[in-house]
Design a protein around this ligand. Structure first.
Ligand code: KG4
Length: 351
């Protein structure tokens, strides 16, 4: 079974081809350079660029996979969550292809795509033995802990109550004058810096106060205080922006706070939920200190860790087509959306 996957939820125009879940092509065009001058994604620029690039990226993916439209058995497309105007471009392309080629259209939740990305590769995915699984979903807009008894069953057990981890890195990088996107520039600049030079907060450290969320507080994240703490630190210590070595230490400490806050929650979750494996997915899962900390946690607990190869960490369409293939094989139902859903969550996912 050959599926074409289309992803355009934010600033990547991506198209992939998977055969029985094995990735045959993974074409991605990133708009990062277009948004960098603004320090974040500008929705209007994003959607207009998707329109320009989508046809060429579809052709590129088919050529890479050495197949034609006639070889396809279905079209998998991200229909949420994301920027509505961006989602609509990928969705319209998928809808047009499905009508023209008389192929089924499969709506995939972007988060589901990230979750299953840890199983992707050149060979068909193997899920046996990995469930129940705990996933730390960390992208630009999301930070969540998801418990999956089995594929297709998503229980969000904790999430950020304010900023996402990726957002904290992006905003931190702006405060440090390092540029955009924050994660990669912070990681690069922090190399050789002392991660213990400054003790930044790990979020929700202090017990007490009102707790109005239904989630266990110990499994939730908060990054807005961390960003403010960096702001105050830089105001009190202006030399940290002038002296290269001092700035490197502050940057490494900031990155350490994000990676440590994430790993701590995963450690707590692994104590509470019995799992055959745990994973980390989404753009922030590319982060080297985070990957290293999670690997140590895996060694300590004896629970296998699953991480995606780097090309499947940030937004891509292989994860969308791959998720569709995995769900088809598991006999899980699909949404056949007639529209996009920018606020789609794992809980309200309809398929
Ligand atoms: O998953 P993704 O590509 O897009 C969303 O679906 O949001 O994630 C983008 C996020 C950005 O916040 C970016 O700063 C972060 O992933 N990121 C990283 C790294 N590479 C990208 N964060 C930490 N370390 C990295 N190496």
């Amino acid at each position: 079974m050959i599926l074409l996957g289309i992803e355009s939820s934010c600033d990547e125009t991506a198209v992939a081809v998977v055969k029985d879940g094995a990735v045959k092509a993974n074409a991605i065009y990133s708009q990062i350079a277009k948004h960098a001058p603004y320090g974040g994604v500008v929705p209007e620029i994003a959607s207009r660029d998707h329109v320009k690039k989508m046809p060429g990226i579809i052709e590129q993916a088919l050529a890479e996979a050495n197949c034609t439209f006639d070889d396809l058995d279905g079209i998998a497309v991200t229909y949420g969550p994301g920027l509505s105007s961006s989602l609509l471009i990928g969705y319209s392309a998928a809808r047009a292809l499905s009508l023209r080629l008389n192929l089924p259209i499969m709506g995939v939740n972007h988060h589901e795509g990230h979750i299953y990305s840890v199983f992707l590769g050149d060979e068909p995915p193997v899920l046996e033995g990995s469930f129940p699984m705990l996933t730390l979903l960390v992208s630009g807009g999301d930070t969540r802990l998801v418990y999956m008894k089995e594929p297709g069953h998503y229980e969000v057990i904790g999430q950020t109550i304010d900023d996402a981890a990726g957002e904290a890195l992006d905003k931190g990088a702006t405060l440090l004058g390092l540029g955009y996107p924050g994660g990669p520039v912070i990681q690069k600049f922090a190399e050789g810096g002392n991660p213990n030079a400054v003790r930044f907060p790990r979020g929700l450290d202090n017990p007490g106060g009102e707790w109005t969320y239904s989630y266990d507080r110990k499994l939730c994240f908060s990054f807005s205080g961390l960003k403010t703490s960096l702001l105050y630190y830089l105001q009190k210590n202006p030399s940290a922006l002038e002296d290269e070595n001092e700035k490197r230490d502050v940057t490494a400490s900031y990155q350490e706070a994000v990676a440590d806050a994430l790993t701590r929650r995963m450690e707590r979750a692994l104590k509470k939920y019995k799992c055959a494996s745990f994973s980390c997915a989404g753009g922030v899962s590319l982060n080297k200190p985070l990957r290293a900390k999670l690997a140590v946690l895996s060694e300590k607990t004896g629970i296998p860790l699953k991480l995606s190869t780097s090309k499947f960490c940030t937004d891509n369409a292989a994860m969308i087509a791959g998720a569709a293939a995995i769900k088809l094989r598991a006999g899980l139902p699909f949404a056949a959306p007639e529209d996009v859903n920018p606020n789609l969550t794992l809980e309200n996912w309809a398929g």
